[in-house]
Design a protein around this ligand. Structure first.
Ligand code: ASP
Ligand code: MG
Length: 425
C-alpha cells in the first residue's frame, strides 16, 4: 500500500481538489491512504481566529468576521465541486461550523495551547470532508477517517508527542481491512489524547502524520505532493538558478531540514528511515515528473551543493568575566539557560576565551542575554545571516560571500556554516 500527502496549496480551491483527484485516480486501484492538510491559508486564518477569541469580548467582531470568511471559503469550494446543494456534505460542513461556534461561545479556557488545538484542527477536518466526498462522487470508493481515532499523543498541546505503540495498534486494527476496498482520506496535523481531546503535531505537521501512517502500515512508499518539482538545492526565494535534486539519502534530508531547509517537516524522515520506506517529493502541477526520491541508497557520486539561508540571526559571544576560560561546568550552565529560554542554537563555536552561537533573533533572546549577563560578559551582533552549504567547495563559498563580511565560519567534512552580514556601503 501507498501513502500520499496533499498539502494546503494542492487543495486551496476547487481546481486544486479536482487536480488532486486525478492524481489519486491513477493509483486508487491499489491500496492508498491519503493525508490532507487544511485548504490554502485556512490554518493561518484559524490561528488569527484563535488569537482574537483569546483577546476577549472586545474582539468579538473580528472573531465573527474571521469565522465567516473561513465558512464562505469552504462552502464556495464545496459548491463548485458538488452540484447538488442537498448533498449531505453541506450538513457535515455546517455541523463542523456549529461545533466551532460552540467553542467560541464559551469563555476561553486559560490554557491557550489547548484552545488553539481545539480550534485550529478544524482546518483539516473541513478539507478532508470536502476531498473525501468529491473523490467518492467521482466514482472512487473512498472512506473518510478521523485521524484522532488513530494518532494518539500525550497532552503537549501544539506539539503532541506521539504514543507510537498505541498509534500503531489502532492503525493496524482496522485500516488494512478498509484499505483493501477503499481509498482512505484522513487529516494531517491532528491527533488525540487519551482523554479524547484534540492535539496538533506542530505547524506543517501533516508530512509527519503521513510518515506515521506509512510507518504503522508498512507502506511501500510515501509521496508528498507539492507545488515545487521536488527538493531543490536552495530556496528560490533567496537564490537564482536552483537545481532539483533527483536522489537524496535520508541522512541528507534530515540534515537539510535540520539546518532549516523548508522542504520536508523535520520529524518526517526518521520513521521512514527506520523502515526503509522511500519518500517521493513530487509536483502536483507536473505529476508526470518523477520529482525527488529520498532513500538510504548512496550513490558513489556526491550530491550537488545545497544552500540554506537563515535570516535575522543574532550572533552572541559569551566570555568569562575574569578573562579565564569557560570550563565544562560553565558550558553546562550556559546550555541550560538556552534550553530554559527555548532558544535553539543554529551554530556554535568555542575558542580559548569565548563561546559563540548564532540563534534566530526574538524577544526570548533578549531575556536570555540578560540572564547570561548575571554571570558572563556577553557581546552580540544583530541582523546577521546564517548560510549553510552542504557538499560545499571553495567556489560555492566564494559565491555566497560576495559582498558579505564573514563573522564566523565552521567547517566539517561535508558542511560549512557561515555567519555573515552585508558589507556596509
Ligand atoms: N495545516 C497545518 C499547517 O498549515 C499542517 C500542515 O499544513 O502540514 O501548519
Ligand atoms: Mg497547511
Amino acid at each position: 500500500m501507498r501513502v500520499f500527502k496533499f498539502g494546503g496549496a494542492s487543495v486551496k480551491d476547487a481546481a486544486g481538489v479536482k487536480n488532486s483527484t486525478e492524481i489519486i485516480r491513477g493509483y486508487a486501484g491499489d491500496s492508498l491512504l491519503v493525508v490532507v492538510s487544511a485548504m490554502g491559508d485556512t490554518t493561518n486564518q484559524l490561528e488569527a481566529l484563535c488569537n482574537a477569541f483569546f483577546r476577549g469580548p472586545e474582539r468579538q467582531d473580528e472573531t465573527t468576521a474571521l469565522l465567516q470568511e473561513i465558512k464562505i471559503n469552504h462552502e464556495q469550494i464545496a459548491r463548485e465541486l458538488i452540484a447538488d446543494d442537498k448533498h449531505p456534505l453541506f450538513d457535515e460542513l455546517n455541523n463542523s461550523f456549529v461545533e466551532l461556534e460552540w467553542i467560541l461561545e464559551e469563555e476561553p479556557h486559560d490554557n491557550f495551547d489547548f484552545v488553539y488545538d481545539q480550534i485550529v484542527s478544524f482546518g483539516e477536518l473541513l478539507s478532508t470532508r470536502i476531498v473525501a466526498t468529491y473523490l467518492h462522487e467521482q466514482g472512487i470508493p473512498t472512506r473518510w477517517a478521523d485521524a484522532r481515532n488513530y494518532i494518539q499523543t500525550d497532552n503537549t498541546y501544539r506539539e503532541g508527542v506521539v504514543d507510537w505503540e498505541l498509534t500503531q495498534s489502532r492503525i493496524r486494527e482496522d485500516l488494512p481491512g478498509i484499505l483493501k476496498k477503499e481509498v482512505v482520506v484522513t487529516q494531517g496535523f491532528i491527533g488525540s489524547t487519551s482523554e479524547n481531546y484534540t492535539t496538533t503535531l506542530g505547524r506543517d505537521g501533516s508530512d509527519y502524520s503521513a510518515a506515521i501512517f506509512a510507518f504503522c502500515l508498512d507502506a511501500e512508499s510515501l509521496t508528498i505532493w507539492k507545488d515545487v518539482q521536488g527538493v531543490l538545492n536552495a530556496d528560490p526565494k533567496w537564490f537564482n538558478n536552483t537545481v532539483k535534486i533527483n536522489k537524496l539519502t535520508y541522512n541528507d534530508a534530515i540534515e537539510l531540514s535540520y539546518y532549516g531547509a523548508n522542504v520536508i517537516h523535520p520529524k518526517t524522515i526518521k520513521p521512514l528511515q527506520n523502515k526503509n520506506i522511500p519518500l517521493f517529493v513530487r509536483s502536483f502541477l507536473q505529476p508526470e515528473n518523477p520529482g525527488t526520491v529520498v532513500t538510504s541508497a548512496y550513490d558513489d557520486q556526491l550530491p550537488i551543493p545545497c544552500f540554506i539561508f537563515k535570516m535575522n540571526q543574532r550572533l552572541i559571544s559569551v566570555h568569562a568575566r575574569d578573562f579565564s576560560f569557560i570550563h565544562e561546568d560553565g558550558f553546562s550552565e550556559i546550555f541550560r539557560y538556552f534550553a530554559e529560554s527555548g532558544t535553539r542554537i543554529n551554530v556554535m563555536q568555542n575558542t580559548a576565551i569565548s563561546f559563540s552561537v548564532s540563534v534566530d533573533d526574538s524577544e526570548k533572546v533578549e531575556t536570555l542575554i540578560e540572564k547570561l549577563r548575571e554571570k558572563y560578559k556577553v557581546l552580540y551582533n544583530t541582523g546577521m545571516e546564517l548560510i549553510t552549504i552542504r557538499y560545499y567547495n571553495q567556489e560555492t563559498i566564494d559565491r555566497v560571500l560576495k559582498n558579505k563580511q564573514l563573522f564566523l565560519e565552521q567547517k566539517s567534512r561535508y558542511t560549512v556554516q557561515l555567519v555573515v552580514k552585508d558589507v556596509e556601503k
